[in-house]
Ligand binder design. Structure first.
Ligand code: NAP
Length: 306
């Protein structure tokens, strides 16, 4: 049975990943778009979610809008009995996550909070290799150039836009997948440009499950080489996940990782959840970000201009 789905927010990630992933999956049919400015050729377009829910076809809803507006849309879709898939980061606050989970349960609807980086080719193999080993420490280095990767995305620098934690939470989603359990923030430093509401850099010190230290170094004013790397020291050697989880090496030896794209895997998982009438919501990456904001020291840096 094909699942009809509507894409809400026709921006960069919808165009780059969601539209092709849906088109390639015989389990889904794109039956509507909801966007103030965008559309997909040949697909009925609605200017806002209320109009779609009132007049559009019965369909699941995949939300590709920024976190500042996502929860209200998710709650409206769930109240209308629609199954809902969420882009990362799940929501702007932990309370919003809870509200969505409660609403999905009340509606008997599926709620899937995606973390696309967890679907990167090396992540499952890394988790399997680490399982049962003694972990000594872990280090996350996530440094990219915001002007290159997020041009024109003003929302990302506003409250609820997450700033450097928008890419950084991808690293935390991998960390919490390969080393599952309670990660607690011990200290954090957040660097805010004097003219912006979200940080451009952050250093976070965590204790992983069982107490091993984890350092997280995030920067999105990185010039030159870009880094999306996680290294884990264990009693059996050093594991390095690099290129955002695409490559895996143990003690410097590359393991051949299955080369499968992230978004087709996310849609397959959404189909499984819809058919099983289940939800999948893990707020652990968002909790680390929230805790870093709760106890972090704030440093003011030079103003940031696009
Ligand atoms: P984007 O290019 O700025 O697109 C955002 C979309 O949401 C647009 O279609 C926009 O306008 C719609 N929207 C609705 N209300 C909005 C509001 N108040 N402010 C801004 N936009 C609003 O952003 P994106 O890169 O696609 O990111 C969307 C989500 O996907 C974010 O949570 C991001 O973290 C996540 N994501 C992005 C990437 C990436 O590489 N860019 C990768 C993975 C995940 P319309 O109403 O006109 O459609």
């Amino acid at each position: 049975m094909t699942i009809p789905v509507a894409l809400v927010g026709i921006g960069k990630i919808a165009r780059d990943q969601h539209v092709p992933a849906i088109a390639a999956d015989p389990g889904f049919e794109l039956v509507a778009t909801v966007s103030r400015h965008g559309s997909v050729e040949g697909v009925p377009a609605f200017a806002d979610l209320d109009a779609f829910l009132a007049d559009g076809p019965q369909a699941a809803v995949s939300l590709c809008v920024p976190p500042s507006v996502r929860t209200e849309m998710a709650l409206a879709a769930l109240a209308a009995g629609r199954d809902v898939m969420l882009e990362k980061p799940t929501a702007a606050t932990l309370g919003e996550v809870e509200a969505m989970v409660v609403a999905a349960e009340a509606a008997g609807a599926t709620l899937f909070a995606t973390w696309h980086s967890r679907e990167a080719p090396g992540v499952a193999a890394a988790r399997d290799w680490l399982n049962g080993r003694r972990i000594e420490s872990a280090a996350v280095v996530w440094k990219e150039d915001v002007r290159r990767w997020h041009p024109g995305q003003a929302w990302i620098r506003e409250p609820a836009g997450f700033g450097v934690f928008d890419p950084g939470i991808n690293a935390l989603s991998i960390l919490t997948a390969i080393l599952p359990g309670a990660h607690r923030v011990e200290a954090a430093t957040l660097v805010f440009p004097e003219n912006r509401q979200t940080p451009v850099a952050a250093q976070v010190s965590l204790r992983g499950p069982g107490g091993f230290p984890v350092s997280v170094d995030l920067d999105w004013l990185q010039q030159g080489p870009q880094s999306w790397d996680i290294a884990v020291e264990t009693d059996a050697g050093r594991l390095v996940l690099s290129h955002g989880g695409a490559r895996l090496a143990i003690d410097g030896v590359e393991r051949v990782a299955e080369a499968e794209a992230e978004y087709p895997r996310l849609y397959r998982r959404f189909a499984e959840l819809v058919r099983a009438r289940e939800s999948d919501v893990d707020a652990s990456p968002l909790r680390i970000v929230a805790d870093a904001f709760l106890i972090g020291r704030r440093e003011i840096a030079a103003p940031f201009f696009d």
